[in-house]
Ligand binder design. Structure first.
Ligand SMILES: Cc1cc2nc3c(=O)[nH]c(=O)nc-3n(C[C@H](O)[C@H](O)[C@H](O)COP(=O)(O)OP(=O)(O)OC[C@H]3O[C@@H](n4cnc5c(N)ncnc54)[C@H](O)[C@@H]3O)c2cc1C
Ligand code: SF4
Ligand code: SF4
Ligand code: SF4
Length: 368
């Protein structure tokens, strides 16, 4: 039997070809992987990620495109759905809805040793796994070359491997496409009959959280099983190969020798033998991803909880609680001693000061 070809019925529908023209070829793609994760999980077999850029797998595969237009809709860099997303997350200004803002750090020594700042993200995930509130989490690990690997983990014992920040793109939504290939053995181990019964948490940069929130807004698979979205503050992100080329040129340190990197005005590198290097952040400008120059997010508006270091004392993280979901988690973490809150004298004055600080940083970012 000849398969019927379902093609677009409305000429106004924008498809992957438009995504190529409007976003990818204009260097606005943030390589989140949402377009591919959606398309692949529907088994359309059309597009793939190559060198941090989505493309048709081949001319032959391009013919499989149903021209459904969903990849264009959910792309975080396109405008459809943004108004509805703002409404859903009660976003009224550039920082977004904030129910509370606190500074805190983990009480778990193992996480403290490897966490980027206050180890809050890994502690939240530990709690969610221990309380069986999630079966899996999408995190970012890295390989021996310090290159990020987006990954779904099904066990809290893998969390220490993902702790810490790698300042280059990790296509965090891409792993969602693997979900429908999970073996029955794994599902049985997780105690479910089908993928749709799983509960996941997602960690990502603001643009990635925006893509995922668009997918959730449209109730499309496989984003419907993400129950918690945790966003990371993000001023800018880097192209992996350009970043480590510059670092190697300036410090002679290859990525294989790096243990940790962090940004505190400048870029810092700690090697596996505990030597520290400081690089003027401007030296790294040529490696900044183009889409980051156009970005108007810093604290991740479309999340349950946003976490970052800016504004927090050393060893602590700033936590923006945005939804009731997020509020319940942080309350539990505090009352059960998973995390320890920084005590401040005048809470409301402190909160206002912090929000104004984030607004100032965001304004600096968008003017840069
Ligand atoms: C590209 C980038 C830029 C950032 N810029 C800023 C900034 O300007 N100001 C600021 O205050 N904070 C920034 N952050 C956030 C900060 O570096 C920490 O991630 C945050 O403070 C959480 O620290 P933690 O100790 O609670 O997390 P941990 O417990 O150490 O967990 C860190 C989590 O980050 C995830 N992760 C690591 N690398 C990546 C990646 N490349 N992409 C997506 N997820 C990743 C891991 O999966 C892990 O779950 C940035 C993060 C990234 C990824
Ligand atoms: S089938 Fe739909 S989601 Fe896949 S590439 Fe074509 S328009 Fe995009
Ligand atoms: S959905 Fe993500 S990966 Fe796809 S084009 Fe948009 S930004 Fe790029
Ligand atoms: S600066 Fe903006 S576009 Fe760039 S990675 Fe961060 S959130 Fe995404």
């Amino acid at each position: 039997m000849i398969e019927p070809k379902f093609k677009k019925i409305n000429e106004d529908v924008k498809t992957f070809k438009d995504l190529e023209n409007d976003i990818i070829k204009s260097n606005l793609c943030c390589a989140c992987g949402a377009c591919i994760a959606y398309c692949e999980s529907q088994s359309f077999d059309v597009i793939e990620m190559e060198n941090y850029s989505p493309k048709f797998k081949s001319d032959k595969n391009a013919e499989n495109c149903r021209e459904c237009g969903l990849c264009y809709f959910i792309c975080p860099q396109t405008s459809p759905l943004l108004d509805k997303l703002n409404q859903a997350y009660c976003v009224e200004d550039e920082i977004g809805q904030v129910l509370d803002v606190i500074a805190a750090k983990t009480t778990n020594k193992a996480i403290e040793n490897v966490g980027q700042d206050g180890g809050i993200v890994s502690t939240i995930l530990t709690y969610l796994f221990e309380e069986h509130m999630i079966d899996a989490a999408i995190v970012s690990e890295c390989d021996e070359n310090f290159e990020p690997i987006p990954k779904i983990i099904y066990d809290k014992n893998y969390l220490l491997k993902s702790a810490g920040t790698r300042y280059s793109i990790s296509s965090q939504i891409l792993p969602l496409k693997e979900l429908y290939d999970l073996s029955e053995e794994i599902l049985e181990k997780l105690g479910v009959y089908e993928v749709d019964q799983l509960h996941l948490a997602f960690i990502g940069t603001p643009c990635q959280c925006r893509a995922l929130s668009k997918m959730k807004l449209m109730h499309i698979k496989p984003a419907h099983i993400i129950k918690y979205i945790i966003g990371l503050f993000c001023f800018e992100n880097f192209n992996y190969s350009q970043l480590y080329e510059i670092i190697k040129k300036e410090t002679k340190v290859p990525p294989t020798d790096i243990k940790k990197t962090w940004i505190k005005k400048n870029f810092f590198i700690k090697t596996k033998d505990d030597k520290e290097f400081e690089l003027d952040i401007k030296t790294l400008d040529p490696a900044v991803r183009n889409h980051c120059h156009e970005c108007d997010e810093f604290t991740a508006r479309f999340t349950d909880i946003s976490v970052g270091a800016s504004g927090a004392p050393k060893g602590y993280s700033m936590i923006l609680i945005r939804t009731e979901n997020g509020e319940n988690i942080i309350k539990e973490l505090l009352s059960r001693g998973f995390i320890e809150q920084l005590i401040v004298d005048n809470v409301s004055e402190w909160n206002t000061k912090k929000i104004n600080w984030f607004k100032k940083l965001l304004s600096f970012k968008t003017k840069k």
